[in-house]
Design a protein around this ligand. Structure first.
Ligand SMILES: *[C@@H]1O[C@H](CO)[C@@H](O)[C@H](O)[C@H]1NC(C)=O
Ligand SMILES: *[C@@H]1O[C@H](CO)[C@@H](O)[C@H](O)[C@H]1NC(C)=O
Ligand SMILES: *[C@@H]1O[C@H](CO)[C@@H](O)[C@H](O)[C@H]1NC(C)=O
Ligand SMILES: *[C@@H]1O[C@H](CO)[C@@H](O)[C@H](O)[C@H]1NC(C)=O
Length: 227
């Protein structure tokens, strides 16, 4: 006789659900958020790095996440260049932005989160032409688990010349967010998660189905988490 006690079925299903709904989501500069379909919005004249014949920055595409990056430049002394933004909207508790850096041109970024100034990333030109990959341009952690708008602005008025090579974003999605209508600042954990899972088991379906395939992608150079 096949007998599966209720609680072991419960844990079996919970173990299958939790890793899918929690953790880091990677969004390529040219890709989409696999859980929402959202992509990064670029102001005019950002170039797609590997296809840009007149861009002076030529990093190795094989070392870029998904083989692509977005390139734009700003210089106070060139009236044709202006400070271009890249904008991304997400719901989660942390966001990280990664790109390449070379000393050929400086880089001087300003960040905004939900309309507030959220920091700078600034490295002057060093004449070192070697590229460094997967450089952390920006991070914000401990955010409320509510919708956020993140903006990268390339360049700052009356400052160094800036060439940004944006490669990908990572943001942290809260456990069980998609099963919940809650918008408070805590991830749903412990007993709350059990209640959510029980509700799911009893037939309430999540409003937004979560795609299973892309969420466990390791970042370049990062090991897969053991399950
Ligand atoms: C998400 O990625 C960041 C940066 O790599 C890391 O510090 C953080 O621990 C990760 N969070 C989760 C939930 O995996
Ligand atoms: C970049 O160029 C390649 C080769 O010509 C082409 O297949 C690809 O679609 C281009 N990508 C974009 C985003 O234009
Ligand atoms: C590259 O050339 C195209 C077409 O002339 C132009 O629209 C674009 O702004 C240039 N990009 C850069 C980064 O100079
Ligand atoms: C870029 O974003 C910043 C912050 O919201 C804003 O002050 C600036 O006007 C934006 N630039 C453009 C050209 O929209």
């Amino acid at each position: 006789m096949l007998f599966m006690p209720h609680y072991s079925l419960f844990w079996f299903i919970l173990a299958a659900i939790v890793p899918v709904l929690s953790g880091n989501i990677t969004v390529d500069d040219q890709g989409i958020d696999p859980t929402t379909g959202t992509s990064i919005a670029y102001e005019a004249e950002w170039a797609i790095g590997p296809n840009c014949s007149n861009c002076s920055s030529k990093p190795d595409a094989t070392l870029a996440y998904d083989g692509t990056w977005h390139d734009t430049s700003y210089s106070d002394s060139n009236p044709l260049e202006f400070m271009r933004n890249a904008t991304f909207s997400f719901t989660g508790t942390a966001i990280y932005a990664y790109g390449m850096v070379s000393g050929a041109v400086g880089i001087d970024l300003a960040f905004f989160l939900d309309g507030q100034s959220a920091g700078r990333y600034s490295i002057p030109a060093t004449r070192d032409f070697k590229y460094s990959y997967n450089q952390l341009y920006f991070k914000a952690e401990g955010l409320q688990n509510i919708p956020h708008t993140w903006i990268l602005q390339n360049g700052n008025v009356k400052n160094i010349m800036s060439n940004v090579l944006l490669d990908y974003l990572v943001y942290t999605k809260c456990p069980c967010r998609s099963l919940s209508k809650r918008t408070d600042n805590k991830c749903i954990t412990g007993t709350k998660m059990l209640k959510q899972a029980l509700r799911l088991l009893s037939g309430v379906r999540p409003r937004h189905p979560v795609r299973l395939n892309s969420q466990r992608l390791p970042l370049p150079g990062q090991k897969r988490r053991p399950r």
